[in-house]
Structures are given as structure tokens and as C-alpha cells.
Design a protein around this ligand. Structure first.
Ligand SMILES: Nc1ncnc2c1ncn2[C@@H]1O[C@H](COP(=O)(O)OP(=O)(O)OP(=O)(O)O)[C@@H](O)[C@H]1O
Ligand SMILES: [Mg+2]
Length: 246
């Protein structure tokens, strides 16, 4: 079920600016809010700064200026490239996240690891190594690793990229089911129109350092203003403005 109920934001960006060494400014006065329990998709071209936003939310990097408020203690991230350790088992990959961030006992850690693997239907891979698994399974393991932390916010960076449509669709079902079961806030970064349509309550379009458009998924799928229309029709926004289409 879609969730668009408005509450106090759980994540707020106000005039956030980020530049990296030797590059132009990536984020320019970026301002947006994310509300509890919604699934928000951040869509935008490659290199526009989507993963950078997730890194800012999780505190891996800091902004040059502006304000970022995150009203959550536990954040889970399913990274764009999975970031699993191939030299240790799936179980150990998940347990590591808990050993490093909690004081839980071994028994409790084992319980949580099994429970998280069960949630993504991959308990049977517990003693396997990540590189023995398919790309889709690795994606789901990286989601399970985010889940062991019992996050209040989960972030998915390009969850369906590189997956066949059937596997991507199952992963999207998982994302919806998890939100309904666990009730966390989900932030999804993706280019994939199918994923956007299936999972989002709300969409933010990032372009040239800023949110150029935001709205509900229903509005995103029907609005004929330049940003959503161009995104849906896979055209370049520069060409769109140059050719003066509407
Ligand atoms: N640590 C860094 N050092 C220098 N430049 C960086 C760093 N991280 C990101 N960038 C640059 O910032 C820009 C935005 O990167 P980011 O990874 O956020 O893009 P993205 O929107 O996630 O792209 P994609 O869709 O390809 O994953 C890119 O030009 C990238 O080269
Ligand atoms: Mg990225």
C-alpha cells in the first residue's frame, strides 16, 4: 500500500553544497525533506550526485555547507556495488556489521543474522562466500546486511541495476514487503523506470545539483512538465530545452 501521509520529516536537507577536489560543485543549495515510512526515489542522470546524497545521509562524507538533519539512530545501506567481503562467509559479512556497531552477544548476533537472511529468503546461503552467489543474490545479501542493524531508515543504491527483469521485480516486492513488515523509511536511488513506478510513494528528480521536480508517483507518471516527461521518455533534458518541446 502506498504511504503518502505527511509528518515531521525524518531527513531534511537545507541548502546543502558539496564539491569534490578537482571537480565542479556537485550539489548546489540542495533542499528536500523525506517523511517517516515513505519510499522516496531519488532519480537523476549518472554523476548527478545521487550516491553522494546517500553518503551524506549516512555520515560517510560531510557537506561543505548547509544543514542536514537525520532523525534516526540506525541507518542501513544497500550499496551500489554491494560492498560485501568475498573472503568471509555471508554469515560473517552480516555479523561483522553488528560486531562493529553494537554490544550484542554472539547468540543474539547469530539470531539476527539468521532472521535477516530469512527475510530475504537466503538463509541457505549462510555459509557460502559472496562470490559463489549470483548478482541478484548478492544484492539481497547486501539488503540483509542492512537489515541486521534494525534500521529506521534503509537506503538502496541502484537496487535493480544489472538484474534481469524477473529478479529485479522480486527484489522490488521485497522492498515493499519489508517496508510494510518493518515500517522503516526507504530511500531509493535508481534510473530504472520500472522500479520507480513499482516501489515509490514519491519521486525527487535531481539535476544539476538540485531537486528540479518532486511529486507523488501518480504525478510523476502523468505530469507532462519537462523533467518527469523527459525522464519517462528517456530523452536528454538539454535536448528537450534546446528543441523547445513541450
Ligand atoms: N570521493 C569523491 N571524490 C571525487 N569526486 C567524487 C567523489 N565521489 C563522487 N565524486 C564525483 O561526484 C559526482 C557525483 O557522483 P555520484 O556517485 O554521487 O553520482 P551518481 O548520481 O550516484 O551517479 P551514478 O548514477 O553513475 O551512480 C561524479 O562526478 C563523481 O565523479
Ligand atoms: Mg551512484
Amino acid at each position: 500500500m502506498k504511504n503518502t501521509e505527511k509528518k515531521e520529516p525524518i531527513v531534511s536537507f537545507r541548502n546543502v553544497c558539496v564539491s569534490f577536489k578537482n571537480s565542479t560543485r556537485i550539489l548546489k543549495d540542495l533542499t528536500f525533506d523525506i517523511y517517516p515510512k515513505e519510499i522516496v526515489t531519488i532519480a537523476g542522470p549518472s554523476g548527478s550526485g545521487k550516491s553522494t546524497i546517500l553518503r551524506l545521509i549516512s555520515g560517510i562524507i560531510y557537506a561543505d555547507s548547509g544543514e542536514i538533519i537525520v532523525k534516526a539512530e540506525r541507518l542501513g545501506m544497500a550499496f551500489q556495488k554491494n560492498a560485501l567481503f568475498n573472503s568471509i562467509t555471508v554469515h560473517e559479512n552480516l555479523a561483522l556489521a553488528l560486531k562493529e556497531t553494537t554490544n550484542l552477544s554472539r547468540v543474539e548476533i547469530n539470531k539476527r543474522v539468521k532472521e535477516s537472511l530469512e527475510t530475504v529468503s537466503l538463509l541457505h546461503t549462510e555459509n557460502m562466500y559472496p562470490d559463489e552467489l549470483s548478482g541478484g543474490m548478492q544484492k539481497r545479501i547486501s539488503i540483509a546486511r542492512a537489515l541486521v542493524l534494525y534500521p529506521e531508515i534503509i537506503m538502496y543504491d541502484e537496487p535493480s541495476t544489472g538484474l534481469d527483469p524477473g529478479t529485479a521485480s522480486k527484489l522490488e516486492d521485497d522492498m515493499l514487503r519489508l517496508r510494510d513488515k518493518i515500517g522503516f523509511t526507504s530511500i531509493v536511488v535508481t534510473h530504472d523506470l520500472n522500479t520507480i513506478e513499482k516501489v515509490s510513494d514519491r519521486v525527487l528528480i535531481l539535476y544539476d545539483g538540485n531537486i528540479k521536480w518532486e511529486g507523488t508517483i501518480e504525478k510523476f507518471m502523468t505530469d507532462n512538465s519537462p523533467y518527469p516527461k523527459c525522464f519517462r521518455e528517456r530523452c536528454s533534458i538539454e535536448d528537450y530545452f534546446k528543441n523547445g518541446e513541450n
